[in-house]
Structures are given as C-alpha cells and as structure tokens.
Design a binder for this molecule. Structure first.
Ligand SMILES: *Cc1c(COP(=O)(O)O)cnc(C)c1O
Length: 220
C-alpha cells in the first residue's frame, strides 16, 4: 500500500527535483520500515520522544526531520540525531540548538519557520521579521540556516493556499539574494498531502507528506 502511495506521489511530482519528507508521526514502526524498504530515507516527526524511539529502530542511513514545535529544554535529546530541524522560530531556540551542537561537536541544519498566513494559531516568524531574524541566528557558529518552512492553513481547496506559497517563494528569493554569511538558502519546505501540487507549482523544494503516504494517523 505504501509503495503504491509513493509511486502515485512520484508520478504527480513527475521527475521534478523535489524532496519528499515522509511524515511518520503517530505511525507504528512497521509502517516506517515498509516505507524504508520502498526506498524512503527522509522521515518527518513532530515529537522528540518519537524521534528518540524510532531512531533506535530504523537503520542509520535514515534522515530524521524535526517538523514540529520544539521546546528549548528538549533540544539536547535530538541535536545529534536530526538531519534537519524545520521549525526554528525563536532566537532562544536557535541559541540553545547552537549550545547543544557545540557540546556534541556537530553542525545542526535548520529551516526558519515562517507564519506566512498570519493565523494566530500558527507558529513561526512574521514574514517582515524573517530576514532580520536570520541575520541574528546565523551568528551561531554551529547552526546552519538552509532555508524556510511554512505550514499553510488547513483548507478544503488547495488553491486557497497558492497566495501563501507564492509569498513564501518571494521571501525566500529576496533573502537568498542578500547572501548572508553562514546561510545557504537552498530549501523551501512547504506543501502537505492536501496542497503539495500547488506548493510545487509555486516553488517548494521539499514537501512534507503524511497521510498521502501512510494513510490516516494513529492517535492513541
Ligand atoms: C503532520 C504534518 C504534515 C503532514 O500532514 P499530512 O496532511 O498528513 O500530509 C506536514 N507538516 C507538518 C508540520 C505536520 O505537522
């Protein structure tokens, strides 16, 4: 089943150079293994504890993506386990990541989460503040900013989100042009199961797909 879903997804993406992060939050390890066997190496999780547990159970070549809100006091558990943190949204969090990365002598790759829709319920930096924010956090030597991430509003009609994806691309290009030291703007993470086609049309380089790969989530 997962193999079919992946084939369907790849067909939709149609050879464009887009990375898929398979969002495996709440899914049992058997399904992650099934995806792994079908060739998936990039998995997205939003809870520290789940990353810690699943990290032990899957092969070492898995790239773990932290896509959920991250508490400062829990950073230490995953800095040396994650390939990319998509959800950096405060200076405090960035400096904590840097501090723990220094202790473990590693460089941590991060994206800055942007609240592009302005919804109160959403995490993320305001678009107007994003460049300044990146200039500040890029001074952390063990942290490498690779781009931007956003979670668009939930909607029945993916076209509703086109405007937000377009604004994200514009912001991404504007900041990339500034060539900020220690920043390598090369990743634009946006689009989920319901709206990834629109996100790709507007310039996503990474999409995060959960239910479209694994089916419905298993909340306890
Ligand atoms: C759960 C989640 C996804 C995947 O959502 P689907 O609609 O199941 O594809 C993507 N991004 C984030 C940040 C998520 O929390």
């Amino acid at each position: 089943m997962i193999k079919n879903n992946l084939d369907f997804l790849k067909e939709k993406i149609n050879n464009q150079d887009i990375k898929i992060v398979a969002v495996s939050k709440t899914q049992p390890i058997e399904l992650l293994q099934e995806a792994y066997d079908a060739g998936v190496r990039d998995f997205g999780e939003n809870k520290i504890q789940e990353i810690q547990e699943k990290y032990e159970l899957l092969p070492a070549d898995v790239r773990w993506h932290m896509i959920g809100h991250l508490q400062t006091n829990k950073v230490k558990y995953i800095v040396d386990k994650v390939y990319l943190i998509h959800s950096v949204d405060s200076e405090k969090l960035a400096s904590q990541i840097n501090k723990e990365a220094q202790k473990k002598n590693c460089i941590v790759q991060v994206l800055v989460q942007v609240n592009i829709s302005g919804e109160k319920s959403k995490y993320g930096i305001e678009p107007e503040m994003t460049e300044g924010f990146i200039r500040k956090i890029s001074l952390n030597e063990n942290l490498r900013v690779l781009g931007l991430m956003t979670v668009a509003p939930f909607t029945e009609n993916p076209e509703d989100n086109r405007i937000f994806f377009r604004k994200m691309k514009q912001l991404y290009v504007d900041i990339r042009r500034k060539n900020i030291d220690n920043v390598n703007m090369s990743v634009l993470s946006m689009g989920m199961t319901g709206d990834y086609e629109v996100a790709i049309q507007e310039g996503a380089t990474v999409i995060r797909v959960g239910t479209g790969i694994f089916g419905e989530r298993h909340y306890e």
